[in-house]
Design a protein around this ligand. Structure first.
Ligand code: TNX
Length: 526
């Protein structure tokens, strides 16, 4: 009798145990690929309902023995090795991959994916990543990172399991220019900070890093023919700190780091206004021949190069020549904003001449929207930040527009009245405000065909260190990345905020000090 009861109890217990194992297994193994929180949202996701699991034997296969593919493969190896503790190897081979492996292939017949598109087919045994070009493989790796548990981003050993739901993702960007700007002039940020910033852009598939290298408060890039620009002009910053600058070697190291992440650095030398640091370094750049004092305040619009003097153009020719030699990308940004003390006719003549100098050194011009007052050269891009009339003027001249409307896309704008960093001259930009807009309809008369893409600038009058950069950049940056990548018809705040909420854990795993906006519910937050 007792024995029978015991057997009954035991069998109930076994059933409960089995059930809980089953439940915990399903929990450990997400099997709906289309329910994953990928940012930017891919163009197409098809779920096949099973899951792929990394194993201690997981390796990365590449099919071509090229330095470029090896670097990409190694990047994925490095992302997986430490947190999983698995001995992940890079294998250059055509042999059949074993279970748990990733296979990375470039396939020119997939040209419809474009320069940066990719396709991921996740099967139970193997994950296949294919792209027409290496850049596409790199973008696809970011998706793979986001498909793995958030702790894959932790800098130390974590517990598995490491699973990805099966299915197929086909993905490519809507705009070819998707970037952010870092102002390293108002406050200087060293190479390591810029690299960390670059990694953040890479994670969200951005491809352009605009560095604002000169302004009234500091000149940050070594120019060998005009050495005082940095020794004197780079010696301070807003608030009077010691400033700093990049030697050409240090700068090249940043450019290389970005290039390895398929990110193009766009260097900006702001002129003819925003030039006090240069005017303080060389007396001959001033119309009155007198060097200015260094400036550590935050006013704008008070400085100008002497646009009517030939020395100025010799100076610009030297600067652009040296900068172009350090720049593998096609663009040089010439600023051109807020030249309030330059006469309009002088400004126009100046911008026209500087465009010729940039062209002579083999590069294309980007400038803030005011440059549309001049005669834009073919290929020039006007960066629309404030004046929509200028954007229309630029389009009328056949130029493309880079969309950075301050009201929507300025990372230095405060989230709300209580934000202790940043400015609010263009308004407060909560995370939803930053997300809910479409570049292709924002300026009447400027449509998708006129637009090169989108850029979110971080001006640094109030930003002094990496923590503060992170606080202003996150959680807004992923939204700008999505606007630049994902078709407008697939973007919806209510849905996006759920995905963003899940990225809170990723920010934490990466040690990112983000603003925990109350408009998003952050999962994994105590
Ligand atoms: C306007 S945006 C500026 C910058 C300031 C910024 C502060 C633009 C082209 N010029 O000089 O840093 O506002 O938000």
């Amino acid at each position: 009798m007792l024995c029978k009861k015991l057997t009954q109890i035991l069998s109930v217990l076994t059933a409960v145990l089995m059930l809980s194992i089953l439940i915990s297994c399903t929990k450990e193994a997400p099997s709906d690929l289309s329910g994953e929180s990928i940012i930017p949202m891919p163009v197409s996701v098809i779920s096949t309902g099973k899951y792929f699991k990394l194993t201690p034997g997981t390796d990365i296969y590449i099919r071509e023995d090229s330095e470029e593919l090896k670097l990409i493969g190694q990047y994925l190896v490095d992302k997986l090795k430490l947190p999983t503790g698995y001995d992940v190897d890079l294998k250059v081979t055509h042999t059949k991959p074993h279970s748990g492996c990733f296979v990375l292939t470039t396939d020119p017949s997939k040209s419809s994916l474009g320069e940066e598109g990719y396709e991921i087919t996740i099967e139970k045994r193997i994950t296949w990543l294919t792209a027409a070009k290496p850049a596409g493989l790199f973008r696809g790796i970011q998706t793979i990172r986001q498909l793995l548990p958030a702790k894959i981003e932790a800098g130390e050993l974590q517990e598995g399991p490491w699973v990805i739901p099966t299915g197929t993702i086909t993905d490519y960007p809507g705009y070819s220019y998707r970037g952010a700007m870092l102002d390293v002039s108002r406050h200087f940020f060293g190479g390591d900070d810029v690299k960390r910033f670059t990694d953040m852009l890479a994670y969200y598939k951005m491809n352009m890093l605009h560095l604002h290298l000169s302004d009234d408060q500091g000149w940050r890039i070594e120019i060998e023919t005009w050495p005082n620009l940095t020794t004197h002009g780079g010696s301070t910053q807003v608030g009077g700190g010691k400033g700093g600058f990049y030697s050409q070697e240090q700068y090249s190291d940043i450019v290389k780091y970005a290039k390895e992440r398929y990110i193009t650095v766009v260097p900006e030398i702001d002129m003819p206004g925003h030039t006090n640091a240069a005017l303080a370094s060389y007396a001959e750049l001033n119309c009155d021949g007198k060097a200015r004092e260094l400036y550590t305040g935050t006013n704008v619009g008070f400085s100008t190069l002497c646009t009517t003097s030939e020395v100025t153009y010799k100076f610009i020719d030297d600067v652009i020549r040296e900068l172009a030699a350090l720049t593998p990308g096609q663009y040089i940004h010439i600023g051109g904003d807020e030249s309030h003390v330059t006469k309009e006719e002088d400004y126009i003549q100046f911008i026209n001449r500087v465009q010729d100098i940039v062209a002579k050194h083999g590069k294309q011009v980007i400038g803030w929207d005011e440059i549309a007052l001049a005669t834009l050269k073919p290929g020039a891009i006007a960066q629309c930040w404030s004046n929509v009339k200028n954007a229309n003027l630029a389009v009328a001249q056949g130029a493309k527009i880079l969309m950075s409307p301050a009201k929507k896309a300025y990372l230095d704008m405060q989230y709300d009245k209580s934000t202790r960093l940043g400015l609010h001259w263009a308004g407060y930009i909560e995370v939803d405000t930053g997300y809910i807009w479409d570049p292709a309809t924002f300026v009447p008369g400027v449509g998708k065909n006129n637009i090169a893409g989108i850029e979110a600038p971080l001006w640094s009058e109030t930003i002094t260190n990496m923590d503060e950069i992170e606080y202003m950049v996150f959680p807004r940056l992923p939204g700008y990345a999505e606007i630049g990548w994902t078709p407008a018809a697939s973007r919806n705040w209510e849905e996006y905020k759920m995905r963003l909420g899940k990225h809170g854990e990723r920010f934490k795993a990466m040690g990112i000090d983000f603003y925990p906006s109350t408009r998003v519910s952050w999962t994994g937050q105590e």
